[in-house]
Design a protein around this ligand. Structure first.
Ligand code: DAH
Length: 340
C-alpha cells in the first residue's frame, strides 16, 4: 500500500470509529466515495500511470481501502438504525393495560358437520367416497339413470341448464354411473355434494341443497342388505332405538324402489307436530339398481345386483337438530351458526 493510501485508510478508520450518527456516516461516504471523494479521485488518477505493474498494485490497494470503507459504513449503519429504533420505542408509549381484542373463532358449519357424520358412518362399513362435479351432463344426470328425455320424472328435477347438454346436477346419483363405468364390482361408494333444482324458496325448499348418494354392487346383493345398511345408518345418526319403514315408491333408476321413513326423532314414534302425528318421518329414496342402469355402464344384470339410496343432508340436519327452516343454513346468521 502506498503511503498516501495508507494515510487515507488510517484516517478514515478513525473517523468511522468516531462517527456518532447516520449523518456522520453520510459525510464520510461523500468525502471518500462521492463524485469528488478522495477514493474516487485516486481511482481517476490511475489513468495517468503508465507502468502496468505499478498500476496493478495501486488499483489493488485502492480497491481494498474502498471495500473496507463500504463494509465499515454498512455495519456501523445497521448498528445505528437498531439504536434509533430502540430510542423510538422508548419515545412511543404503548399502553399494555388496554384489553386485547377477542379474535372470533369460527366453527365448522352444521351442514358440513352432518355431511361428515354421514360420510364417516358409511366409511366405517366399507363405503368409499367420491364427490364428483357440480356441473354435469344430461347423460350422467338423466339418460344413464334410466330417465330418457321424454320421461315425466324429469319434471320434478327441472333445473338450471348452462347449455343444451350441461346442467347443475339435480342429484348426486349421477356419480353411480361415473364410478360404475370406471370400476368393476364389487363396489360400494357414497357421493356427497351440492345439487340444484328450480324450486321456489320456502322453509323446506332451497334451489341449492346437499345430498348423499350411496350404492353397492356385487353378486347376490339383496333388498335385505339395503334394509340392513339403512337401518344401521339411521340408528347411528338418530339413536339406537330408531326403527325404519320401507314403502314402495318410484324412481326410474331402481326396481323395486322405496321410500324410507324412520321413527320420528322428536316423539320417537308416538306422533307429534314434527311428524304430522304419524310417528314416521320420510328420510330418503332407495331401491335395487335397475337393469337398464347396469346396461348403460356395462355390468351384466344377470350376474350382478346392486342397491342404491339417496338422502338430503339438510333434511337429516333439520331433523337431528330441530331446525325448522332450511334458509337458516345459508343466511350466515352468527347467532344460529354459533349454536354448533
Ligand atoms: N336421486 C333421488 C332424488 O334426488 C334420490 C334417490 C332415490 C336416490 C332413490 C337413489 C334411490 O339412489 O334409489 O330425488
Amino acid at each position: 500500500m502506498t503511503d498516501d493510501i495508507l494515510e487515507i485508510y488510517n484516517s478514515v478508520k478513525v473517523s468511522i470509529d468516531e462517527a456518532n450518527s447516520q449523518s456522520d456516516l453520510d459525510e464520510i461516504r461523500v468525502s471518500m466515495l462521492g463524485r469528488k471523494g478522495l477514493i474516487t479521485d485516486k481511482l481517476k488518477g490511475m489513468s495517468l500511470i503508465t507502468d502496468l505493474e505499478e498500476k496493478k498494485l495501486l488499483g489493488k490497494s485502492i480497491n481494498e481501502v474502498k471495500n473496507f470503507i463500504e463494509e465499515q459504513l454498512s455495519s456501523k449503519r445497521s448498528a445505528f438504525s437498531e439504536k434509533d429504533f430502540l430510542e423510538s420505542l422508548k419515545k412511543t408509549h404503548v399502553d399494555i393495560t388496554l384489553p386485547g381484542r377477542q379474535p372470533s373463532v369460527g366453527a365448522i358449519n352444521i351442514l358440513t358437520q352432518v355431511e361428515e357424520e354421514i360420510v364417516s358412518i358409511f366409511n366405517s362399513i366399507g363405503f368409499g367416497v367420491a364427490e364428483g362435479f357440480e356441473l354435469d351432463d344430461d347423460y350422467h344426470n338423466f339418460e344413464a339413470l334410466n330417465i330418457p328425455y321424454y320421461h315425466p320424472a324429469r319434471d320434478s328435477h327441472d333445473t338450471f341448464y348452462v347449455s343444451d347438454n350441461r346442467l347443475i346436477r339435480t342429484h348426486t346419483s349421477g356419480m353411480q354411473i361415473r364410478l360404475m363405468k370406471d370400476i368393476k364390482p364389487p363396489i360400494a361408494a357414497i357421493s356427497p355434494g351440492k345439487v340444484g333444482r328450480r324450486d321456489a324458496i320456502d322453509a323446506k325448499h332451497s334451489p341449492v341443497f346437499h345430498q348423499v348418494e350411496g350404492f353397492l354392487v356385487d353378486k347376490n346383493v339383496s333388498f335385505n342388505d339395503l334394509k340392513g345398511i339403512l337401518e344401521l345408518f339411521c340408528q347411528r345418526i338418530f339413536g339406537s332405538r330408531t326403527q325404519i319403514r320401507l314403502r314402495p315408491d318410484f324412481f326410474p333408476f331402481v326396481e323395486p324402489g322405496a321410500d324410507l321413513s324412520a321413527t320420528c326423532v322428536v316423539c320417537k314414534g308416538v306422533g307429534c307436530k314434527t311428524c304430522g302425528y304419524e310417528g314416521w318421518i320420510e328420510l330418503m329414496g332407495a331401491g335395487m339398481i335397475h337393469p337398464n342402469v347396469f346396461e348403460h355402464v356395462g355390468y351384466d344384470p344377470k350376474v350382478y345386483s346392486g342397491l342404491a339410496f339417496g338422502m338430503g343432508v339438510e333434511r337429516i340436519a333439520m331433523l337431528k337438530y330441530g331446525i325448522t327452516d332450511i334458509r337458516m343454513f345459508y343466511e350466515n346468521d352468527i347467532s344460529f351458526l354459533k349454536q354448533w
